[in-house]
Design a protein around this ligand. Structure first.
Ligand SMILES: [Ca+2]
Length: 202
């Protein structure tokens, strides 16, 4: 048997109730704002000049080449529970940018025309109580300039004959700010150089 307990309700003038309700609509309670709060974390750095390639928050830990898909890949470790521009997994958060370059002419310099692609990883603050670091994977399929992938530089040939020439690649991780080129030095993030071998597609 269910027992209902009745309590006497305090008398509230109608006008006062309208005022209270209007105030609640104008300023929702804190619980209603969860997930919409801006990230209060400021990545403060000493001055001057501020250090670069700070890897306290995120870091490229390894990169490589997957020949079968002509794909450059990297592992990005996200190390902190916050400071990623938004609270909650549904927050807009921020972006971790990774730019890939390949020194196609093997002159030891990554030129502006040797960018092969960029990928962005949307990031947010930890919201489920987990403890990092968390390892994310990013990749970018690239289209080499005519030659090295299929025919050892013989422009016009479309064979898959190649002896697997070696090239040098670079990945640049930058939080929030997209790298502007292969020489970009990120403030938050880091640069990794790594050799790759363009083995034939098997
Ligand atoms: Ca070059």
């Amino acid at each position: 048997m269910k027992i209902r307990v009745h309590t006497s309700r305090p008398w509230i003038p109608l006008g006062l109730a309208v005022v209270v309700l209007a105030g609640w609509v104008a300023t929702p309670p804190a619980a209603a704002q969860i997930g919409e709060l801006p990230d209060q974390c400021l990545r403060a750095l000493p001055c001057c000049p501020p250090p670069t390639q700070v890897v306290t928050y995120e870091e490229l830990v390894a990169c490589g080449f997957y020949p079968q898909e002509t794909r450059l890949e990297c592992i990005v470790n996200v190390k902190q529970p916050s400071c990623y521009g938004g609270n909650g997994i549904d927050a807009s958060g921020s972006f971790e940018h990774v730019l890939f370059c390949v020194d196609w002419n093997n002159d030891g310099v990554f030129g502006q025309n040797e960018v092969v692609g960029e990928v962005t990883l949307q990031m947010h603050n930890e919201s489920a109580g987990g403890a990092g670091p968390w390892s994310y994977a990013v990749y970018r399929d690239m289209v080499p300039p005519s030659g090295p992938r299929t025919s050892n530089g013989n422009v016009g040939l479309t064979t898959t004959q190649t002896n697997g020439p070696t090239y040098h690649a670079r990945a640049i991780l930058s939080y929030d700010t997209a790298p502007t080129g292969c020489s970009f030095i990120p403030q938050f993030g880091n640069v990794l150089n790594f050799p790759i071998r363009l083995d034939p597609i098997r």
